[in-house]
Write a protein that binds this ligand. Structure first.
Ligand code: DGJ
Length: 726
């Protein structure tokens, strides 16, 4: 921290001459964050949520004064409020914002606010502890979408090393937050929701895997019990980081409820030499009336980034489930031809093309085209792919190495490990230490060589194992590995800005807004099963907008579950994502290919709407139904899917709602795919026969009768404005 920058750029509302302002109010995008600067030794986050009418300074003073607690029996003499950096020095008795030491001493920090700068939409606050020789910078900003972000930087201003054990960010929750929702999962089943009551104590989710992991929570949300997609004031946090993390919700016995978010540090992982700093990843925080509004804040932010992919998302054919490791030029060229005929625009050659890679036991690290399988290199295939009009993409897994590879044999010292022996292997592979400059240079050089030699428009960047004991020279390297990954991705983007990159990690084990800054798509899951995907895409989509989420048409017999599914069902579930195909289409008959072509065509006709519109999900009493859609920004059109997931307890089924349109505008409904079949005793659904004109409010609050469909069937409805409202 610049020592002479103890400035106060936020005038006190009453013109006081205090060095520090009484408060910082950030107010942007419909969000307010109010910090009570003098209510504690560190700023007290008095309020975060919907914008409040702060007409007069008295309103703010009143809000601050009304929140101060009284002294109570059995407590400290000065009540300790929740601050942005809870420490014991203020009398705080619960979870700490900072923990660290200097060889066992100096644990009792008292970082205290010394300077504040704010422009009303962002703020930088400096804290200092002269005795412990520590300084902290807090950066806060509200994005135009209303999304709040926060980052901390801790600096060692002392003369000896400071070992940082943990540093986390605080986001306050209102007293109405009584239930927490987060996601869990496993390979093939990422991001399944789970809910708990918020009770006294801390509920915490941690990732130790060097990547978020299939089981990790993408976000943590809190709201009133039973909060849904469209109701209940909901707050949510996400850590933009692709390594280890810790996110929790705490309720103290002094009635403070708050999220804590930060990187999970391994013992001794961050030792700050004199003058050195540690910067946390950004934490992003959204609020809204239900999860739909929360996701809108995330999506608007993500879409507003300069690096966000804006050209129409190409329909992507991925070869993995079509041929696995069985690479053959003629077969793959034929697949490319069929794929392009049904409308695919990008062809991605998956795992199996490099030296010795005939199965998943060998070759990782040897990033040279295997001439045995690809005599003449990849050029013949790329030419054939490009002749069809498609662009070419290639699978890589640059952070990994098989012990059975030339790379591992030549450079065993480049492999991450915490002890003499190698960590427990996973998918028969180990992890390269990218914080080793030689290993980094090797991987970078190999990737650049491929990108320079071939016309590659796309890299599918995989990462197929969790990290264990990821160290070097006895010290943990989880943090450095993640930093090196970002550096590598950024180097490649700088050299080849036109190349898009997909983040894949055994499917969706590395989905976060950290890596999103260097990549253009996520592989949402290795499960292409539409029934599983409904849940996975819904909750991944709370943070990540649909145009960044792979949504692939599956083979009729799903490889990962053996479920039999129709093309229409698979296509309807894939509709609200970045459409792709993962299927050996050379084996499909004419009729099936026509169905695939129709599905591709439907997606292409709607891809602009899907890539820019607001995603909405309906809250329904019938657990067997799923209704979701996308509404254009100008509210003139929407696209909805009504999916019968299992059999319904109702017969006929009830009404379903289409939320998110303009209340007093009128809309015409067109059924693009009718999933209902008039079986014995069943007549066609009247409104599908004669589609009505309904107002946005009627669609949201009354809805339409859902078609009675067989399980695993979807109906797709387009909604178009015919009379605009006020
Ligand atoms: C895991 C990915 O999720 C799959 O799509 C595929 O690329 C395989 N790895 C290849 O090994």
């Amino acid at each position: 921290m610049p020592k002479d920058s103890v400035v106060n750029l936020v005038p006190h509302p009453n013109g006081s001459e205090n060095t520090l302002p009484s408060h910082v109010l950030l107010d942007a995008g419909g969000t307010s964050l109010l910090l009570d600067v003098q209510g504690g030794p560190q700023p007290v986050p008095t309020y975060w949520g919907p914008r409040l009418p702060w007409e007069t300074p008295q309103t703010i003073d009143g809000v601050l004064a009304a929140s101060h607690a009284q002294r109570v029996s059995g407590g400290t003499d000065t009540p300790a409020p929740l601050t942005l950096l809870p420490q014991q020095s203020s009398g705080w008795l619960d979870t700490l914002g900072l923990s660290g030491h200097r060889k066992g001493a100096g644990f009792a920090s008292k970082l205290t606010t010394v300077a504040v700068e704010s422009d009303g939409e962002s703020a930088t606050i400096w804290l200092q502890d002269l005795e412990m020789a520590l300084a902290l910078k807090v950066e806060l900003a509200i994005e135009p979408s209303g999304l709040l972000r926060q980052r901390l930087t801790l600096t060692n201003e002392g003369k000896t090393d400071y070992t940082l054990d943990s540093l986390s960010m605080v986001f306050p929750l209102p007293p109405s937050a009584t239930e927490v929702l987060d996601t869990t999962g496993r390979h093939l089943r990422e991001r399944a929701p789970q809910r708990h009551d918020i009770t006294n104590g801390t509920y915490q989710r941690e990732s130790f895997r060097g990547r978020p992991g299939a089981d990790s929570t993408l976000f943590m949300a809190a709201g009133p019990k039973g909060f849904g997609f469209g109701h209940g004031l909901t707050h949510a946090v996400h850590l933009a980081w692709s390594g280890n993390s810790r996110v929790g919700v705490t309720r103290t016995t002094s009635a403070e409820t708050f999220f804590t978010v930060g990187e999970l540090l391994m013992p001794g992982e961050i030792i700050l030499a004199p003058g050195q700093s540690y910067e946390t990843p950004w934490a992003f925080a959204a609020w809204g009336e239900g999860l739909n509004a929360v996701s809108k804040q995330f999506h608007d932010y993500v879409r507003g980034r300069p690096s966000h992919p804006r050209r129409p998302r190409p329909v992507t054919l991925n070869t993995w489930e079509a041929v696995y490791f069985d690479h053959d030029l003629e077969k793959l060229a034929e697949l490319a031809e069929v794929a392009s005929k049904v409308g695919a625009e990008r062809f991605v050659l998956d795992d199996g093309w490099f030296l010795g890679r005939r199965d998943d036991s060998k070759g990782l690290g040897d990033w040279y085209v295997d001439e045995e399988v690809w005599p003449g290199g990849l050029a013949p295939l790329i030419t054939r792919v490009k002749d069809t009009g498609m662009e070419f993409g290639l699978w890589v897994e640059p952070e990994m190495v098989n012990p059975d590879s030339d790379l591992a044999r030549n450079h065993p010292d480049w492999i991450l490990k915490g002890r003499e022996e190698l960590p427990v292997s996973a998918r028969q592979q180990q992890v390269l230490n990218l914080s080793n400059p030689e290993a980094y240079d090797y991987v970078r050089e190999r990737l650049l060589a491929l990108l320079n030699e071939y016309d590659i428009a796309y890299l599918k960047w995989d990462h197929n194992r969790d990290l264990l004991e990821a160290g070097s020279g006895g010290a943990p390297r989880f943090h450095e590995q993640t930093k090196a990954l970002y550096r590598l991705l950024s180097d490649l983007k700088e050299a080849h800005p036109e190349v898009e990159i997909e983040s894949c990690a055994s499917g969706g084990a590395r989905v976060d807004l950290g890596i999103a800054d260097y990549t253009d798509r996520f592989h949402t899951s290795d499960s292409l099963d539409p029934t599983e995907r409904l849940v996975n895409q819904c909750y991944t989509g709370i943070v990540i907008p649909p145009e960044l989420l792979s949504a692939h048409l599956t083979t009729p017999t799903v490889h990962s579950s053996k479920r039999q599914v129709s093309v229409d069902y698979s296509a309807a579930v894939a509709l609200l994502g970045h459409f792709g195909i993962e299927w050996d289409l050379t084996t499909a008959d004419e009729n099936t290919l026509a169905q695939v072509e129709a599905a591709v065509d439907l997606w292409k006709k709607n891809r602009d709407l899907i890539s820019t519109g607001t995603i909405v999900r309906a809250d329904l009493a019938d657990p067997s139904l799923d209704v979701r859609g996308v509404v254009s920004k100008d509210l003139t059109e929407g696209l909805f899917t009504i999916t019968q997931v299992t059999s319904s307890p109702f017969h006929p089924v009830g009404n379903v709602h289409f939320p998110g349109l303009k209340d007093d505008a009128q809309y015409a409904l067109t059924v693009l795919v009718d999933g209902s079949e008039a079986g014995p005793g069943q007549t066609p659904l009247p409104w599908i026969q004669e589609p009505p004109i309904l107002t946005g409010q009627a669609l949201a609050d009354i809805g339409v009768r859902a078609p009675t469909q067989f399980p695993q069937t979807s109906t797709v409805v387009k909604v178009q404005q015919v009379v605009s409202g006020t």
